[in-house]
Design a protein around this ligand. Structure first.
Ligand SMILES: [Zn+2]
Length: 795
């Protein structure tokens, strides 16, 4: 339960304010980009871990059934459903239903562009045609023209009225982005007609609300609605869509960023990043420099100041204060969607000012988070890349999960070809050392990169050209490499340096080669707020300690349903520490001969030495990324304290039956939240649920007919007296009083209550209900855990 004791401020506490970025362009044209990506269809991956990840993703996309994604769309449009539905966040009861269909359309289109697989093309065409039928049928069901979704249009009324609903605009963003990808990458013309009609419906919904009311409604997560409307403006040339894109600019978030103020603490991370990608896109289309400032400032703060060593950010989906990183090594660090979106934003930042700095971050996130997020044997994907030492990766199931990160995950591995190369008018940027072949017909050249990087530190570019071509080839000089070595046609070449790119500007003949060597070294990155915590890297590769699979043989590695953290009782074995100083640590880490990128500690691991390997190769075993450095007596003290504590923890974990976390839509939905005049909010560094007057309840797994203990975490602020019921029977009256900890901060208050065996007789679940007395409300509840009651210690 520790990971939630430092919970965070919420978007709800941000006040509305005006923003400088409000100019209204009348045309769709912006500044000239310094560098641009190539279409995916011009880049083909060659053998290596990224090609393998792409192939596993292709296999997953082909294993899915597009008609099952259509189920909720057809039901919503009053058409025969035809087949069965999918589970998890795509189930007919999920308010997010339809989001995965948008991701599936995007991923299939990106994958089609990347591979040319004809079956994907057939599916894209089928999906778009069937969605068009739903769109045509919906007005007869009372929807406004152009509307298309897997749920009723009334969900948007609830957003407008600021009533409780998951995230309809977020889901709309996924669908519209999917349709635009189907048009642009999937070469489906009908998709443009469908998405344009949708764009007009969006315009109708936005324009009918007063600006203040619409801005207030944007507190509900809305994905990248500004980005997708801007993209629609770019494709159609219709400036009205750009105006609507700007209406979606969330001024409460944009205004401080425009002033260069980081007020991100406590905000839901993945709610914000897509808004900033939208700002970046608006800068490119409208030229307003304020949008560029917002995007660049946000990127610097999140990429450089708020990211862990592998490029991911946030804890429990929320940004936390900078320099509190060491307190956030939890099971819920780094939602994969965040990194998907940060890499997307990085491509814009790079296009405006091509520099190795932004690409260094891209490489960090791509190898160590995105590539690490897929199970290479099954193609399934993780939600959180957990940093709690000794925790492990948990993957989605193929058809009963469909988290947001399953959706962005389908896309991640379909578009590795999009950033390896960029180009200017007469320049080629080699950003990433991923084996691939580029077709560049405008220049009449083909450029092939052969490499086994990072297992080998060499890469070779071979140029094939119909006739000699003048070209500045710009090779990224990464931060982790002191001195790259370059040979052109076998002879050492120096080149010039530009924004940490090595530039070789010459006339290239067909058959010319550029050989590159990027010597890699072992290095340590300390945690910014605690130098006794370090992560080890080799070149750009984050190394994880392989802690083995003890006790995991009968544990699931995939999680069905709504909540991405295992709800299985699980004790974590003691995690080794390293007895070393920052200065002598590296001298005690040696490569394992014959095993590329694999290392072993020598004599410093306690209680034993450990094997280190790339985080992206950790699949099912327990691992740790950050290591605590001890001196001998420090380790002895830790071990002496950890032994009994570890035993207690294991016993408590083994008794745990179920847990629910307030404010996490996935967790609350999975536990059948029933709420009467209650709200889930973030305030004063906590995420919690409270009822001002009414009551709320969750249903948790129970041990039938056995005595249980209910453990509840509260925010330590004064509350009225309230009652706790289990299965309708009152088990306690409670009143929480104010608590203050370090620096006067409010702390968490944890209370336990005994649940008599009779209340769960014949039941596998029980309803836990918190209710005010008469006209008063409840305390602020952060979490509930239900466990088997510990046996009495004799004597
Ligand atoms: Zn996600």
């Amino acid at each position: 339960m520790n990971q939630h004791k430092n919970q965070l401020l919420s978007a709800a506490v941000l006040l509305m304010s005006s923003c400088a970025a409000s100019a209204q362009p009348s045309t769709v044209s912006g500044p000239h980009l310094q560098a641009e990506p190539f279409p995916l269809s011009q880049v083909r991956l060659l053998d290596g871990p990224f090609k393998h990840a792409q192939e596993m993703d292709l296999r997953y996309l082909l294993a899915l059934d597009p008609d099952r994604f259509l189920y909720n769309f057809r039901v919503n449009a009053g058409l025969p459903a035809g087949t069965e539905f999918y589970g998890g966040w795509e189930a007919p009861t999920s308010e997010l239903r339809g989001h995965a269909n948008g991701h599936y359309l995007s991923a299939s289109s990106l994958m089609y562009a990347s591979t040319g697989n004809p079956e994907l093309k057939r599916r894209i065409d089928h999906l778009v045609a069937e969605l068009a039928k739903c769109q045509a049928a919906l007005p007869a069901r009372g929807s406004h023209p152009g509307y298309l979704a897997a749920f009723p249009e009334s969900f948007y009324d609830r957003v407008d009225q600021r009533q409780s609903v998951w995230a309809p605009w977020y889901t709309m963003h996924k669908l519209m982005a999917g349709l635009l990808d189907a048009y642009e990458n999937g070469r489906n013309a009908q998709a443009l007609a469908v998405v344009t009609a949708l764009g007009n419906w969006v315009k109708f919904r936005v324009d009918r609300l007063p600006v203040d009311q619409f801005q207030a409604s944007l507190n509900n997560e809305h994905g990248g609605m500004n980005e997708v409307m801007a993209n629609l403006a770019a494709v159609t040339g219709n400036p009205e869509f750009l105006r609507i894109a700007q209406a979606f600019n969330h001024q409460a978030v944009f205004a401080p960023l425009a002033r260069g103020e980081d007020q991100l603490d406590g905000l839901h991370a993945n709610t914000q990043i897509p808004k900033i990608i939208g700002a970046a896109r608006e800068y490119e289309l409208a030229g307003n420099p304020t949008y560029r400032s917002i995007a660049e400032f946000f990127w610097q703060r999140v990429a450089l100041d708020r990211s862990f060593v592998f490029g991911g950010n946030s804890d429990a989906e929320h940004f936390f204060p900078v320099h509190e990183e060491a307190r956030h090594l939890t099971q819920t660090t780094a939602e994969t969607c965040n990194t998907y979106n940060m890499l997307k934003l990085t491509r814009h930042i790079f296009a405006w000012n091509p520099s190795a700095g932004s690409m260094d971050f891209y490489e960090r996130g791509l190898y160590n988070d995105i590539l690490a997020s897929q199970d290479p044997a099954t193609g399934m994907m993780i939600y959180f890349l957990a940093l709690e030492p000794g925790w492990r990766k948990l993957y989605n199931t193929p058809d009963q999960t469909f988290w947001c990160c399953t959706g962005t995950g389908m896309e991640n591995h379909a578009k590795y070809g999009d950033t390896i190369f960029f180009h200017g008018d007469r320049s080629l940027y080699v950003n990433l050392f991923i084996p691939a072949e580029l077709q560049w017909p405008e220049k009449g050249v083909t450029i092939r990169q052969d490499t086994r990087f990072p297992e080998d530190d060499r890469s070779r570019l071979t140029i094939r050209a119909a006739k000699p071509v003048e070209l500045a080839i710009k090779i990224r000089h990464p931060y982790w490499c002191a001195q790259p070595e370059v040979k052109i046609n076998g002879a050492a070449a120096a080149g010039t340096s530009e924004e940490s790119y090595l530039v070789f500007d010459r006339t290239w003949q067909s058959g010319d080669t550029l050989e590159l060597r990027l010597p890699m070294e072992l290095h340590a990155e300390p945690m910014p707020d605690d130098p006794s915590l370090v992560a080890l890297m080799y070149g750009p590769i984050v190394l994880a300690g392989d802690l083995g699979g003890e006790g995991l043989t009968d544990k699931p590695t995939e999680i069905a349903g709504a909540f991405p953290v295992a709800r299985i009782p699980e004790a974590i074995p003691l995690v080794p520490g390293l007895v070393a100083t920052a200065a002598d640590l590296l001298a005690h880490v040696r490569p394992v001969p014959g095993n590329p990128l694999t290392f072993v500690t020598e004599g410093i691991g306690r209680p034993h030495d450990v094997i280190l390997m790339p985080l992206y190769r950790m699949v099912h075993d327990r691992y740790t990324v950050y290591w605590r450095l001890y001196d001998d007596s420090g380790w002895q003290r830790h071990f002496a304290a950890a032994g009994p504590e570890e035993a207690r923890r294991q016993a408590a974990q083994a008794r745990l039956l179920d847990e629910v976390w307030a404010c996490w839509a996935g967790s609350e939905t999975a536990h059948h939240l029933q709420a009467e005049q209650s709200r889930a909010v973030g305030l004063d560094n906590f995420l919690f649920r409270e009822a001002a007057h009414g009551a709320f309840s969750w249903t948790l797994k129970a041990a039938a007919g056995q005595p249980m203990t209910l453990c509840v975490g509260y925010v330590g602020v004064d509350s009225p007296a309230f009652d706790i019921f289990v299965e309708g029977r009152k088990i306690a009256e409670e009143r929480i009083t104010r608590t203050r900890g370090e620096k006067g901060r409010t702390t968490t208050v944890v209370k336990t209550y005994e649940v008599p065996a009779a209340l769960s007789a014949g039941k596998n679940t029980v309803e836990i209900r918190f209710a005010g007395q008469g006209d008063t409300g409840t305390a602020r509840v952060i979490f509930c855990e239900l466990s088997r009651t510990a046996p009495q210690t004799p004597g």
